[in-house]
Design a protein around this ligand. Structure first.
Ligand code: GTP
Ligand code: MG
Length: 435
């Protein structure tokens, strides 16, 4: 039997404990002023320990298998004071519960078939999601839509494999099972469904789950000044010496319900200074991890705009002219600002916001998936391709059935029907305690 505080360890209005394990409801009843005998209903009860009142709590019992973990479970809503939380933890330990590991509740849920592996991963993404669009993507996966689609494709693959294997036994007869069964067309159908699924999925990497906005430009154009101005405090050093910023500096701001991570970088120029050259190389790498690049220029560097346009190519970017308090620009820009006077800063924030919203890859996608899932889907796709080739040529039909077994096996690994040993640890360690 395990227990954990499901809410943060901090003073708050209420704290929620979660407990799970066979028979745990009866054990908890032993510490209540009056036992609870009805499941899935909220009761107010006093928790009594050593003859003294610990706290008056709201309590819900769940009986196996109708709970998150699939085991008997209890939720206890207590007053959110740290001393109450500490005393209740003492009661649970005294009753024989042990503290849960991170993700242990979800792991039990997975082992009891309440969640597929991909749904469990989506639970982590949902907890970690910081803005609306990512939350929606993870919720779709938590709700099992992606798993169901893969299960459906897996069933089709199985049926086709059984059909192909069956046709092998009758291969001497004067009947072309493969073409009569339109096997090739059906396989192509499965392939295009899988391809469609990949296209509608956003692969989450740690960096891309944040909306990183990179400040890029020649040295001394005021990137750091603009970065500080947007944050509202002096985060990065500013000086009139070109090459002040050497490393990447990031900081988050929250604007109109989206979280943006602003990243200040070293000015880009040809340089002999080795340290600065490294900084420059790093900001070029950083371009690929960003959702938006702001090219910051001033009146001395206006003619470099075209160089940046070619470096950035198809990357989502905005040209920003800074130091408008000193001189107006001589060409058109997406935004004209002065980090010094604050002119144009609100417009720039709005532009960034709109640009992120419009270009948010996520907004065009249906699912959020892990790198691991993409690898499995791609391997399924390539096995389908070889299978389709064999079937179309009507050669090696026996081997074509083997290809389909491999496709099925990739799907099973996605769903967690089978998995390598260390994978479970990797996934569930990412959870917080109490989930
Ligand atoms: N007049 C005026 N000066 C500015 C403005 N923004 C920045 N500066 C000045 O421009 C100089 C360079 O500013 P930084 O913010 O350090 O420029 P940077 O682009 O980060 O420079 P590096 O880190 O060296 O690449 C400093 O002297 C700033 O005070 C502005 O809007 N108007
Ligand atoms: Mg700087």
């Amino acid at each position: 039997m395990i227990f954990a505080l499901a809410t943060p360890v901090a003073q708050s209005a209420i704290g929620v404990f979660r407990l799970s394990g066979p028979g745990c409801c009866e054990i908890i009843n032993g510490a209540l002023n009056k036992p609870v005998s009805i499941y899935r209903k909220v009761f107010q009860r006093d928790v009594i320990w050593d003859g003294a009142l610990v706290d008056r709590c709201s309590i819900v019992f769940y009986s196996a298998p109708s709970s998150y973990t699939g085991e008997d479970s209890v939720e206890v809503f207590c007053h959110g004071g740290l001393s109450v939380i500490k005393s209740l933890s003492g009661v649970f330990l005294g009753l024989g519960f042990r503290e849960a590991e991170p993700g242990e509740f979800s792991r039990i849920a997975f082992e009891n078939g309440k969640l597929s592996l991909n749904e469990a991963e989506a639970v982590v993404d949902l907890i970690h999601s910081e803005d609306e669009s990512r939350r929606l993507l993870s919720s779709e996966a938590v709700a099992g839509k992606l798993s169901n689609m893969i299960k459906g494709l897996g069933d089709e693959v199985d049926a086709l494999r059984v059909y192909i294997e069956g046709s092998i036994d009758f291969s001497d007869e004067d009947y072309d099972f493969i073409s009569e069964g339109s096997v090739a067309e059906k396989l192509i159908g499965v392939r295009s469904s899988l391809l469609g699924l990949i296209d509608s999925s956003l692969v989450s990497t740690k960096k891309l789950t944040k909306n990183r906005v990179l400040f890029l430009g020649p040295p001394n154009t005021g990137k750091s000044s603009l970065f500080n101005r947007m944050l509202g405090f002096e985060r990065a050093l500013v000086s009139n010496v070109p090459g002040t910023t050497r490393d990447l500096i990031d900081s988050e701001i929250f604007y109109n319900s989206i979280n943006m991570e602003l990243v200040d970088s070293a000015g880009i120029r040809e340089t002999d200074d080795l340290i600065e050259a490294r900084g420059v190389a790093r900001s070029q790498d950083e371009v690929s991890d960003s959702v938006l690049v702001l090219v910051v220029l001033d009146y001395l560097t206006e003619d470099l705009a075209k160089n940046f346009a070619s470096i950035l190519d198809k990357k989502n970017h905005l040209f920003v002219f800074n130091k408008s308090d000193e001189k107006p620009p001589s060409q058109t820009y997406d935004c004209i600002v002065s980090a010094k006077s604050g002119e144009g800063i609100q417009e720039l924030k709005k532009l960034i916001f709109n640009s992120i919203q419009n270009n948010n890859e996520g907004s065009k996608k249906t699912f959020i998936i892990r790198e691991r899932h993409l690898v499995l889907f791609q391997s399924a796709l390539s096995n389908l391709d070889t299978c389709i080739e064999k079937i179309s040529k009507e050669s090696d039909v026996e081997l074509a059935a083997e290809d389909l077994k491999m496709v099925r096996s990739s799907f099973d690994e996605f769903l967690g029907v089978k998995y390598p040993d260390d994978l479970l640890g990797d996934i569930f360690n990412d959870f917080c305690i109490g989930k």
